[in-house]
Ligand binder design. Structure first.
Ligand code: MSP
Length: 469
């Protein structure tokens, strides 16, 4: 049996989850469910990133003890994912004991590989980004992303000799041994490697909240090095390694483009240094804005996934978040548009089709003559195997719209009066379409898929997606 190991980024617990986090997590969930349905041995990891200054500062600002603060916010993520029907195999937290042990084991390995060294460092650090900035990251002396002045830092740190590994990394990316997707992102990463990249520090001296280096207790592991190792620590890298042997390397690390450099350059370079195998695919999906603006607390435009679930139901929320624009591209979301889209695609197209067909089968008393077929995922698999989520949804909706048109064209209510054989044939075809749809929507909308399958088995007309006023 082929295995499939998929990961999301581990999200910072400085705040509650928003639909940006939900976007990646729902996408990972659907890819995982799809691979499971394809009989692959799947493992799906998500979790929270709890160390570093960003989280530490947020707890301090709110005057809450740091671990308590992490516990509270991690709980919000766990709850949101439960509400969104996210079927992960493991939720890792970087404050978990096994993760901390794993970080230290990985650091020892880095040290043994001769890839790290101690050096004095001076730089501008942005806590919002949790990284050192360069001139091109600044606008008017402020971080272009967080609009804050970075902190001037001068300290002695441990460094990773990235330059030693770049030639090999470049080869592996070029040859697709590590596949960076979409293609445009591969070019971006190769472009970054072409420009000279600085070696990066793997530890910080003045940060208090994190994992101490096992060989230099005064230093705290840089939060990104700490975080990236979650992907192996979840598999008991520092324990019995049973899961690690079974599932590593990751088949896909999923994230948005904001953190691609860490995943496509820093992480594989450190894995090359420690002689671990490399992730197969690194996929950076697009970033979305709300009504043309970046989602941010200060702008008050943050969308809570729980709000969407309250309004549109779990599958309505999953669908609306996923169906906005092609997965690999950036896009803009307008909340006003959600009701319209829900009513058009879910209530009218899919909901109506299911109801119309099942009502007619009942009304014309032909359920006993309807044959059930064995359906598969052919409709969506060629897209989902390439992570083309939007296109897979497009294929399903094309089928739904054609089926609705087929009803309008063939007018079964007239056939009922004139040609019962043709009526049966027509409803049989529509029934088979619905069977195929019910299976293909499963990764996207598991609950509705289940309801539709049951309605088809019992020949019970259902109202899958009630219209919203
Ligand atoms: N803690 C790091 C990741 C460490 S992974 C080893 C981090 N956390 S984060 O909370 O900032 O999450 C960033 C990720 O959240 C993005 O890469 C993306 O997956 C998701 N998104 C956050 N906002 C988003 C949008 N507006 N649009 C799309 N995805 C978004 O970075």
């Amino acid at each position: 049996m082929k295995k499939f190991y998929i990961t999301t980024p581990i999200y910072y617990v400085n705040d509650k989850p928003h639909i940006g986090h939900a976007y990646t997590t729902i996408a990972a969930d659907l890819l995982n469910r799809f691979n499971k349905l394809q009989n692959r041995n799947t493992y799906f990891l998500t979790g929270t990133d709890e160390h570093g200054n960003k989280v530490f500062q947020s707890a301090k600002d709110k005057n809450i003890e740091i671990q308590k603060f992490c516990d509270q916010n991690a709980k919000h993520f766990i709850e949101a994912w439960k509400n969104l029907d996210i079927a992960y195999d493991q939720f890792i937290r970087t404050t978990d004991e096994k993760h901390i042990k794993g970080v230290q084991k990985f650091l020892e390995k880095l040290k043994d590989s001769g890839s790290i060294y101690k050096d004095k460092y001076q730089g501008l650090y942005c806590t919002g980004c949790e990284k050192f900035l360069t001139a091109k990251d600044l606008i008017g002396g402020r971080c272009s992303d967080h609009k804050k002045e970075p902190e001037k830092i001068e300290e002695e740190n441990w460094f990773f000799a990235l330059d030693k590994y770049l030639p090999e990394l470049k080869k592996k990316i070029k040859s697709n041994e590590i596949q960076i997707l979409p293609e445009s992102k591969k070019r971006e990463v190769l472009g970054l490697i072409e420009q000279k990249l600085d070696n990066f520090s793997i530890s910080r001296e003045k940060v208090k909240w994190g994992v101490p280096l096992p060989f230099d207790k005064e230093q705290i592991t840089y939060v990104w090095v700490d975080a990236l190792t979650n992907y192996i620590n979840a598999l008991d890298y520092a324990g019995d390694q049973k899961l690690f042997k079974k599932f590593w390397p990751a088949d896909i690390h999923l994230m948005a483009k904001d953190i691609l450099k860490f995943h496509a350059i820093f992480w594989p370079a450190m894995l090359i240094a420690t002689k671990e195998s490399l992730p197969k695919v690194i996929y950076a999906h697009g970033f979305f804005s709300i009504n043309g603006q970046k989602m941010s607390k200060s702008l008050g435009n943050v969308i809570d996934p729980n709000e969407l679930i309250g309004r549109f139901g779990v599958d309505g929320a999953r669908y609306l978040i996923l169906s906005q624009f092609p997965f690999g591209q950036d896009g803009d979301i307008s909340q006003d548009h959600f009701v319209e889209k829900y009513n058009a695609d879910l209530a009218n197209d899919l909901g109506n089709l299911a109801r119309r067909v099942l009502v007619m089968i009942e009304k014309y008393k032909i359920s006993e003559k309807i044959k059930k077929s064995k359906v598969n995922l052919e409709l969506t698999s060629k897209y989902l195997d390439r992570f083309e989520i939007y296109e897979a949804l497009g294929a399903i909706w094309k089928k739904i719209r054609l089926a609705n048109k087929y009803i309008d064209d063939t007018k079964p209510w007239e056939l009922a009066k004139s040609d019962t054989e043709k009526l049966l044939e027509t409803l049989q075809k529509l029934y088979a379409d619905l069977e195929e749809i019910s299976v293909n929507i499963e990764p996207f909308m598991p609950e509705s898929s289940k309801k539709l399958k049951k309605a088809l088995t019992d020949f019970e007309p259902i109202n899958l997606f009630p219209k919203i006023e």
